[in-house]
Design a protein around this ligand. Structure first.
Ligand code: NAD
Length: 368
C-alpha cells in the first residue's frame, strides 16, 4: 500500500517558518514511528501570485484534490493589500475551501494547564478547557447571492445574503454529532432563530438530524449572541458547538482568546469522504501571516504543529500518535519553554521558532 500523502502549502510571512518545524515533526514520525508520508510542497497566497499571477495555480488546486491532507501555513501581507480583490492572497485559501467543498471547520479551544494564567479570563474559568467549535464553512453570508455594492437612487447599497439549504445544514450537523460521540457527547447549536429565517431553518434541521440519527447525543440550542456571553462566562459548559459561517467566524475567534495566544490555535476543515474513506481535509493554524514578526524567528510553531496533530487524528485515524504529539507539547510548556508570544513580564528568555520545534522533538524522543 502506498504511503499517505500530504501537500504542504507554507504560504506567506511566518507560514514557511512555522511549517519548517512541522516538516521536522513529519520526518520524526517517518524515522522513529515508521509512519512515512509522501510529502509534496507548493505555493499559495502572495508567493503564488508573485510567481504565477494568481494566489492558487490550477495545478496546485488539482494536487490538493488528490492528496490525503493539505497542510497550510498562512497567507497574506501588506505587500498584497492593494491587489484587486480577485487575486488577493486570501482568495487562494477561499478557492481551496470552496473547490474541496470543506464544509466543516473544526476549531478546538483547549487550554494547556501551563498556560492557564495566560488567558484574559480567571484561571478557574479556563483551566482544563477543551471545547470544539464546528463552523459551517462553504455557505451562508460569505457566499450567498445577491451580493455586491449597488446603486439605489442617489446612494449606494452594500448587499450580502445569508442563505442555507437543508442539505448544507444537515451535513455540518452530522459532522458535529459524529465528533461529539468521540468526545463528551454534547452539542450546542447556535443561530439567531429569533430574528433570522435562516436561523429558524437551521434550528429545525439540526433538531431533525438529531432526532432521527443521533438521539443518544445531548442537544441544546442557543441564540448566538447569548452563546458569545456564555463562552466568556463559563466556557466549560460546552463540548461541541455547531454554528453557521458568520457566527462561527466570530465565536471561534472569541473562544480562541480564552486560551491565550493566537500562536497556539490549530484548525481542520473537512469535507465529504474520498474513495479511500478519508475526508477531504485542509489543516491550518488559525493565525495569519503575522507580518510584524515575519522573518525574525519569533513565531510560535505550536498552532501549526497542533494542526498536524489534528491531521493524524482526523485524516490518518491515528489518535494515539496525535495524543503523543499533543502530550509532547504539553510537556514542553509544563517545563517552562515559551516563545515570545507566550511570555509575561517575568524576564524569561523566549525560544526561537526552531528552538521550540527542537524542544518538541526532544519531548517526542523522550516519549518512546
Ligand atoms: P495575524 O494572525 O497574522 O497576527 C495577529 C497578531 O498575532 C500579530 O501581532 C502577530 O504577530 C501575532 N501572531 C500571529 N500568529 C503568531 C504566531 N504563530 N506566533 C506568535 N505571534 C503570532 O493577523 P493579522 O495581523 O490581522 O493579519 C496579517 C496578515 O495575515 C493579513 O494579510 C491577513 O489578511 C492575513 N491572515 C491570513 C490568515 C490565513 O492565512 N488563514 C488568517 C488571518 C489573517
Amino acid at each position: 500500500m502506498s504511503n499517505p500523502s500530504i501537500l504542504i502549502l507554507p504560504g506567506d510571512g511566518i507560514g514557511p517558518e512555522v511549517m519548517a518545524e512541522v516538516r521536522k515533526i513529519i520526518d520524526w514520525y517517518g524515522a522513529k514511528r515508521d509512519l512515512v508520508f509522501d510529502v509534496s510542497e507548493d505555493l499559495v497566497g502572495g508567493c503564488a501570485y508573485d510567481k504565477h499571477g494568481t494566489p492558487l495555480h490550477d495545478d496546485t488546486m488539482a494536487k490538493a484534490q488528490e492528496v490525503d491532507a493539505v497542510l497550510l501555513g498562512a497567507v497574506g501581507g501588506p505587500k498584497y493589500d492593494a491587489l484587486d480583490f480577485s487575486v488577493k492572497p486570501e482568495r487562494g485559501l477561499l478557492r481551496l475551501r470552496k473547490e474541496m467543498d470543506l464544509y466543516s471547520n473544526l476549531r478546538p479551544a483547549q487550554c494547556f494547564d501551563a498556560l492557564a494564567d495566560f488567558s484574559s479570563l480567571k484561571k478557574d474559568v479556563v483551566a482544563g478547557l477543551d471545547i470544539m467549535i464546528v463552523r459551517e464553512l462553504t455557505s451562508g453570508i460569505y457566499f450567498g447571492e445577491p451580493r455586491g455594492i449597488f446603486k439605489e437612487g442617489n446612494e449606494r447599497v452594500g448587499i450580502n445574503t445569508q442563505r442555507y439549504t437543508e442539505s448544507e445544514i444537515e451535513r455540518v450537523a452530522r459532522s458535529a454529532f459524529e465528533l461529539a460521540r468521540r468526545r463528551n457527547n454534547k452539542v450546542c447549536s447556535m443561530e439567531k432563530a429569533n430574528v433570522m429565517e435562516s436561523g429558524i431553518l437551521w434550528r429545525e434541521v439540526v433538531q431533525k438530524v438529531h432526532d432521527t440519527e443521533y438521539p443518544d447525543v445531548e442537544l441544546s440550542h442557543m441564540y448566538a449572541d447569548a452563546g458569545a456571553m456564555q463562552l466568556c462566562r463559563w466556557p466549560k459548559q460546552f463540548d461541541v458547538i455547531v454554528t453557521d459561517n458568520l457566527f462561527g467566524d466570530l465565536l471561534s475567534d472569541a473562544a480562541a482568546m480564552l486560551t491565550g495566544s493566537l500562536g497556539m490555535l490549530p484548525s481542520a476543515s473537512l469535507g465529504a469522504p474520498m474513495a479511500n474513506g478519508r475526508p477531504k481535509a485542509l489543516y491550518e493554524p488559525v493565525h495569519g501571516s503575522a507580518p510584524d514578526i515575519a522573518g525574525q524567528g519569533k513565531a510560535n510553531p505550536i498552532a501549526c504543529i497542533l494542526s498536524f496533530a489534528m491531521a493524524l487524528r482526523y485524516s490518518f485515524d491515528n489518535g494515539a500518535e496525535a495524543d503523543r504529539l499533543e502530550k509532547a507539547i504539553e510537556t514542553v510548556l509544563a517545563n517552562g519553554a515559551r516563545t515570545a508570544d507566550l511570555l509575561g513580564e517575568d524576564g524569561v528568555t523566549p525560544l526561537s521558532t526552531s528552538e521550540m520545534g527542537d524542544a518538541i522533538l526532544a519531548a517526542l524522543d523522550a516519549s518512546l
